[in-house]
Design a protein around this ligand. Structure first.
Ligand SMILES: *Cc1c(COP(=O)(O)O)cnc(C)c1O
Length: 386
């Protein structure tokens, strides 16, 4: 059996153990300590120095706290991109609030500004003002942030940027996560950098981030004993995990470069195949970290994502379906949805290719060979040139 090629696996810099060892040597084995502070500073510096950062134990926790900080309560409505991982939307339900799903546009695959405005207008007409907009930059690709931010201003609804997959991506020269009122990142094992599991909530408002740290540490009032006036959470990042994060921050820019290089190689060697469209940066304002290389196959080609996945799986290569849109999920299908099926089409005709920065050229060649083999079989029978 050939060596397994993963979709995206952890890729250490080699410096992580120094920070982790330091935590052991100084006995900072706790959900606070010098690595946590250091990791927050490293991230803040990477983001341009003006952004405050709270290191947390997951990206999901970061979204949960972001919603709480924006005042979301039971019965409130929160607008959320439909084409995403369920972790974007689950925290809405934690709070007993109601998700309102919005479709994607075909270029970046992220929230459609057109349907976002339709959704806002419809909700306002029904007498409900949505409390927040959760926009996601899937696979690292920036959403159409200019239009989305204009709508956020026009209707006075704050944005939570789910940049879990987009650390190092940029829109108009600004790092993703820093454009909305609150941004979140994930450091799960398969993301562009990892802390073995972790996340962060960021904001240009120091007050919001200070409040996030307070809530993440059980909301302890300033008192000589344990006194609590608000619901607290146990969401802080451990000093060990943050040590891994510090080692990873040293090579984050390199990882962005490596993932973009993988995308370019796939594009160079596969885009001549008729009917293949990569998820593309619309223009030079958009800069994706290319966390995962993703593409769609034209509808006229009878392409079955699952048969393709199984075909590469036989050679021990992991490819993945595009996120199944939230409005199609058994858990979420009863909630309102505004769109015209773009995310459904991307889901049923799209795939993610292995994109880990630790892939060798040989690994990439194996994926490309398998890809071509599958498609050469297809075109013989089903493709006709126009
Ligand atoms: C990974 C991910 C999350 C959740 O992050 P965790 O750290 O796994 O909790 C949220 N949103 C998106 C889009 C993700 O890909």
């Amino acid at each position: 059996m050939n060596k397994r090629i993963y979709l995206s696996s952890p890729h250490m810099s080699g410096q992580e153990m120094l920070y982790v060892k330091n935590a052991f040597d100084t006995n900072w084995i706790a959900p606070l300590g010098p690595n946590v502070n250091g990791f927050e500073e490293d991230l803040s510096t990477f983001l341009g120095g003006k952004t405050a950062v709270a290191a947390l134990n997951s990206g999901t926790a970061a979204i949960h706290l972001a919603l709480i900080l924006l005042g979301v309560k039971a019965g409130d409505e929160v607008i959320c991109q439909s084409l995403t991982f369920s972790a974007s939307a689950n925290p809405i339900l934690y709070l007993g609030a109601i998700p309102i799903f919005v479709d994607s546009e075909i270029t970046t695959w992220n929230m459609s500004p057109v349907f976002l405005e339709i959704a806002i207008i419809e909700r306002l007409r029904a007498g409900i003002k949505p409390k927040a907009i959760i926009v996601v930059h899937i696979y690292g690709m920036p959403a159409e942030m200019e239009d989305i931010m204009n709508l956020s201003k026009k209707y006075d609804i704050p944005i939570i940027e789910d940049a879990a997959e987009a650390l190092g991506s940029q829109f108009n020269g600004k790092k993703l996560g820093t454009l909305g009122t609150i941004g979140i990142f994930s450091f799960n094992g398969n993301k562009i950098i990892t802390t073995s599991g972790g996340g962060a909530m960021i904001s240009n408002s120091k007050e919001l981030v200070a409040k996030a740290r307070f809530l993440a540490c059980q909301a302890k009032d300033t008192a000589p004993y344990f006194q609590h006036s608000e619901i607290g959470y146990n969401y802080r990042m451990s000093n060990i995990a943050a040590g891994i994060g510090r080692g990873q921050m040293e090579i984050l820019s390199l990882r962005v470069y490596q993932r973009r290089r993988i995308f370019l190689k796939y594009k160079k060697l596969l885009s001549h195949i008729p009917g293949i469209t990569f998820q593309e940066e619309p223009d030079s304002l958009y800069y994706s970290n290319r966390w995962l290389t993703a593409l769609t196959v034209e509808k006229s080609i009878s392409f079955d994502v699952e048969s393709f996945r199984k075909f590469l799986e036989e050679d021990n290569i992991e490819v993945r379906h595009i996120w199944k849109p939230m409005h199609l999920q058994p858990l979420f299908q009863k909630y309102p949805y505004y769109g015209d099926g773009v995310s459904e089409d991307i889901f049923s005709h799209g795939i993610c290719l292995p994109s880990g920065s630790n892939m060798s050229d040989l690994d990439m060649n194996r994926v490309i060979k398998g890809f071509k083999k599958y498609f050469s079989g297809k075109y013989m029978y089903s493709f006709s040139f126009k």
